[in-house]
Design a protein around this ligand. Structure first.
Ligand SMILES: C[S@@+](CC[C@H](N)C(=O)[O-])C[C@H]1O[C@@H](n2cnc3c(N)ncnc32)[C@H](O)[C@@H]1O
Length: 219
């Protein structure tokens, strides 16, 4: 895990290759957080995450990959779990840490690339991906899923909440059920337990956008 400093201080990508989303939009993820709340930054945890947490779905050490300004990580940590939120956007992490201080919640936020999660030096019983997977294109997904595999304990659970192609008023980067299944291949040690229709709240969808909530086991 590295903090932004030294010769890379002026590099919005902090020495990493821009993701497909960044290449498409022409701006870094960090830039999305510099001019007020980003479209996905709703200022509260996603209802789907609150529901699963209330059902005891989070256990052990929890990783929130692409945590943004931390609402989901903060909610899970407030239940007494040990949570690490990682993101490539230093501005989002600074906001997340400020919220943790204000709310007196013990939680860790670190600058880390989801393609290199092994650099965290940690392993996790539960991994949350809320809105990250769907930002990756078909070339990036295998590398990302391999990175998640490298830090997920066997028997652990990965949750993916992503925009779906299932219904009107889809969010950007809608994902199909088949794409989710293909990314978490049994031959790579994954078992897709469930892919259920759900919603993702955004700042521009009334009642949220159609989503999948995928529960995936590391075997
Ligand atoms: C759509 S936002 C969702 C943020 C947060 N999970 C939420 O629900 O508000 C996607 C997040 O993933 C982060 N991200 C994108 N690519 C990343 C990467 N390669 N490694 C870590 N974080 C990444 C972005 O900076 C952004 O905060």
């Amino acid at each position: 895990m590295s903090e932004r400093s030294g010769p890379l201080a002026d590099d919005p990508f902090n020495g990493r290759r821009p993701t497909s989303h960044e290449r498409m939009t022409g701006r870094s993820w960090d830039a999305s957080y510099q001019e007020g709340p980003a479209p996905w930054d709703v200022g509260r945890p996603q209802p789907a995450i609150v529901r699963v947490a209330s059902e005891g779905g989070f256990a052990g050490a929890v990783l929130d990959a692409g945590c943004g300004t931390g609402e989901n990580a903060l909610h899970i940590a407030s239940l007494g779990l040990q949570v690490l939120g990682v993101d490539v956007a230093a501005t989002a992490l600074a906001i997340a840490r400020e919220k943790a201080d204000d709310r007196r919640i013990e939680v860790e936020f670190a600058l880390a690339d989801a393609f290199r999660l092994e650099h965290t030096g940690r392993r996790f019983e539960t991994v949350l991906d809320c809105g990250l997977f769907h930002t990756f294109d078909a070339d990036e997904r295998p590398r990302y899923v391999a990175s998640v595999a490298s830090v997920t304990e066997h028997g652990g659970t990965v949750y993916v909440l992503c925009f779906s192609d299932n219904g009107p008023d889809a969010g950007p980067h809608p994902v199909s059920r088949e794409e989710l299944r293909a990314a978490f291949d049994p031959s790579d040690g994954w078992k897709v337990v469930a892919i259920e229709p759900d919603r993702i709240e955004t700042r521009f969808h009334d009642g949220g956008a159609p989503a999948w909530f995928a529960t995936i086991e590391r075997i």
